[in-house]
Design a protein around this ligand. Sequence first.
Ligand SMILES: NC(=O)c1ccc[n+]([C@@H]2O[C@H](COP(=O)([O-])OP(=O)(O)OC[C@H]3O[C@@H](n4cnc5c(N)ncnc54)[C@H](OP(=O)(O)O)[C@@H]3O)[C@@H](O)[C@H]2O)c1
Length: 344
Amino acid sequence: MSFKVAVVGATGNVGREMLNILEERGFPVSEVVALASRRSQGTEVSFGDRTLKVRTLDQYDFSDTDICIMSAGGNVSKEWSPKIGKQGCVVIDNSSAFRYDQDVPLIVPEVNPDAISLFTRKNIIANPNCSTAQLVVALKPLHDFATIKRVVVATYQSVSGAGKEGMDELFTQTRAVFVADSVDVKKFTKRIAFNVIPHIDVFLDDGFTKEEWKMVAETKKMLDPKIKLTATCVRVPVFIGHSEAVNIEFEKPITADEARDILREAPGCQVLDKREDGGYITPLESAGEDATFISRIREDSTIDNGLSMWIVSDNLRKGAALNAVQIAELLVERGLIQPKKKAA
Ligand SMILES: NC(=O)c1ccc[n+]([C@@H]2O[C@H](COP(=O)([O-])OP(=O)(O)OC[C@H]3O[C@@H](n4cnc5c(N)ncnc54)[C@H](OP(=O)(O)O)[C@@H]3O)[C@@H](O)[C@H]2O)c1
């Protein structure tokens, strides 16, 4: 059984990683179609050792396509995902356009795979925000053991989370600083080279940013609505890999050793935690990897049943493309999707 898969946003940071991961994991494809805007028509992207010519989204007919992995931003998704879904093609959407819709499941396969069955309501499945995906992978097994009451998180998010323009801006500004050229600020609100910016996405009335709000709403939707979470989201001059300093308060006692043992066994998690120089993960080392890495696990004696830890993952993989492909795999494993065209 194999599926016709379209990747929308195939020329972008996440889209290219989608193509890599579909190929690496041997997802059963009969055909892969690369789609982007008119700007990219005719350009080429790689799919394994093949080259795909990029086609334009607004001239593509989805009626014989089985799965559309959508990674072209919220506005494109709002316009296209419902139309594509109505053509009987299951949309796995990377943007925030449908994440909070009651009729659209928001899925991290290690966390809430059973919620996927809801997808038939709109034929759309949402992929979470990059910083939430890695967080809930680590929180879920700990919540099952000791019930999380409250989480305080500060993120250190790489520029690739802001698309290819974000990566270009860090590169260009860094070079400009070295050659004593003028530094232009376009994509971010302040200079990102040799700086950190405590602002991601738009400001809300309560002073939090939308990125911070997303972490709250998505953790509640996927893990448990009773969990209280407060976040500070910060952009840092790192190309790939989001890091998070996380403090967790549990209902029941849990030691650092217990948490380490639980996380070692947990799907998608890898513990790298030695109390010595270099005995922890950094975002540079997480780039290109599938795991959510957990380091610096320690008890926080300032609260009852408290733990602190450091969680790092490749935002383009677990934070986006890998999670989307895992959702497609879940659809196939559970027999929730059949190819429209039967193999000859
Ligand atoms: N980066 C992350 O860590 C991350 C994590 C989770 C979710 N996401 C989400 O994933 C999506 C893509 O992010 P990205 O980082 O890959 O951005 P990106 O590098 O800027 O790429 C954007 C892609 O969307 C395409 N696109 C833009 N407008 C389009 C249109 N009107 N019709 C068709 N295609 C269009 C672009 O095609 P052209 O080349 O033709 O312009 C490009 O392929 C966003 O919704 C983002 O929020 C990103």
